[in-house]
Design a protein around this ligand. Structure first.
Ligand code: URP
Ligand code: ZN
Ligand code: ZN
Ligand code: ZN
Length: 463
């Protein structure tokens, strides 16, 4: 296959080039016209004139088919990976959830069973450490050898996922030993639960109180605490879903000191804000995720963090629940609203909006959405780059096309969109996964189960 006439975008910038693919692999990136001069015979020629040619997006934070609050996130590996592909994402890394009293291996085996035969794009797993004990600490080493080289811990959700500081520090010592990355959900959950109880006792049960009871200070406090523990232990530390400028400031300071501390944010924190939680008729429930959406002025601070690389990855935290019935569980009490937003389909487009609005460059777009996620989670250069030897995961993106987002037309298995009615400039035109065209002409053809598990290495950013 030869993709010709487009602008190939990488973290170094955009340049006109043609991409030659043999089977599943990129074999050459050629100067325009060189393919003809070399008399390259291609079975298939794809015209990308006027389009961007991007490494496929890598979303390192999704929750497919995840049990939560008595229900399950509504995208499974079939619908979720298909929706991802529609949005220009060709790799996801999903979270295998350890059960309390269960083993990490059991969690990963369960996730393999969920994904195998269903995923249409490639996928890897992180493991959620929900029960840190002698056994699960030992299992961390075993999972690293299986290509599950990152472990999420929670400072939030007491009684569900929360790890106490003694557990966190043990997991960090282990990670410092085996090189795994600790991923942290940084919010002071015990303190937040007290604030939540006070609000509910005062009769404040509407969705907006989900936001009002989770102050930024208790995110920044947890980020600081985890950063200090990582310093003491030497563990590589990656903060998931950072939502506030104060949290980013803590990360920035640690990075300035040369530490292996990294930050991720999500499109919802860049484009939505706390006023969405106050929408009437219980619509605010559609916007309940954790950390909560913040005051609108935080958005500019997060964009700045992306530019300074204190935030180096943008992932979705895709965790969809239907408005009816799932979110209705919390009609009378926001505590019972399943936490999470749908978003896996829209990350590339939303970040492209960051480009058109002048928040980031084209090069930075590809860096935060593909190249850095691949390096951060040990998949580079198989994924995240268009270069000889890399998997031909390629997106042809039309920067001039427009689209209007709606739950009527999106491909996620959820009955609402947090971006309903938004007009995006830019649209995915063609998607190749390991050399196979799986999306073109508004038609998806990726076979069920063609996606492969990616056995990941350690982070490629450790010093
Ligand atoms: O609200 C969210 N983010 N749900 C998913 C679980 C998590 O904490 O990432
Ligand atoms: Zn989280
Ligand atoms: Zn009230
Ligand atoms: Zn998450």
């Amino acid at each position: 296959t030869l993709i010709f006439g487009g602008q190939v975008v990488s973290p170094q910038g955009a340049a006109p080039a043609d991409v030659l693919i043999d089977g599943e692999i990129v074999t050459a990136v050629l100067a325009p016209g060189a393919a003809d001069a070399l008399d390259v015979q291609a079975d298939r020629r794809i015209d990308a004139t006027g389009k961007y040619v991007l490494p496929g997006g890598i979303d390192v934070h999704t929750h497919m088919d995840m049990p939560f609050g008595g229900t399950f996130s509504v995208d499974d590996f079939e619908t979720g990976t298909r929706a991802a592909a529609w949005g220009g994402t060709t790799t996801i890394v999903d979270f295998a959830v350890q059960k309390k009293g269960g083993s990490l291996q059991e969690a990963v085996d369960t996730w393999h069973a969920k994904a195998e035969g269903r995923a249409s794009i490639d996928y890897g797993f992180h493991a959620i450490l929900a029960d840190v004990n002698e056994t699960s600490l030992k299992e961390m080493d075993v999972l690293v050898d299986q290509g599950v080289s990152s472990f999420k811990l929670f400072m939030a959700y007491p009684g569900v996922f929360l790890s106490t500081d003694d557990q966190i520090i043990q997991a960090m010592f282990r990670a410092a030993d085996n090189g795994a990355t600790i991923m942290m959900h940084a919010e002071n959950g015990a303190a937040i639960d007290q604030i939540v109880s006070r609000a509910v006792a005062d009769g404040h049960t509407e969705p907006k109180y989900h936001g009002l009871t989770r102050p930024i200070a208790l995110e920044a406090e947890a980020v600081n605490r985890a950063t200090q523990m990582a310093d003491v232990t030497g563990a590589p530390l990656y903060f998931v879903h950072l939502s506030s400028g104060d949290a980013v400031d803590v990360v920035a300071k640690a990075r300035d000191e040369g530490r292996n501390v990294f930050g991720e944010t999500c499109p919802q924190y860049l484009f939505l804000d706390e006023s969405d939680l106050a929408r009437p008729d219980f619509e605010g429930a559609k916007y309940v995720c954790t950390p909560a959406l913040r005051p609108v002025e935080e958005q500019a601070k997060l964009w700045r963090g992306i530019r300074t690389n204190d935030l180096s990855v943008v992932a979705t935290d895709h965790c969809p629940f239907c408005f009816t019935p799932d979110k209705q569980l919390g009609r009378d009490d926001f505590r019972a609203i399943p936490n999470g937003l749908p978003g896996v389909e829209h990350r590339m487009d939303l970040l492209h909006m960051g480009v058109t609005k002048g928040e980031i460059s084209l090069a930075r777009w590809v860096e935060i959405a593909a190249a850095t996620p691949a390096r951060m989670f040990g998949m580079y250069p198989k994924k995240g780059v268009i270069a000889p030897g890399s998997d031909a995961d390629i997106v042809i993106y039309d920067p001039a096309a427009t689209q209007i987002v709606s739950a009527q037309t999106h491909h996620m298995n959820v009955d609402y969109s947090v971006y309903e009615g938004w007009e995006f400039t830019g649209k995915v035109e063609t998607v190749l996964s390991r050399g196979e065209v799986i999306l073109e002409n508004e038609h998806f053809s990726g076979a069920l189960g063609r996606g492969k598990f990616i056995k990941r290495d350690l982070s490629q950013y450790l010093v």
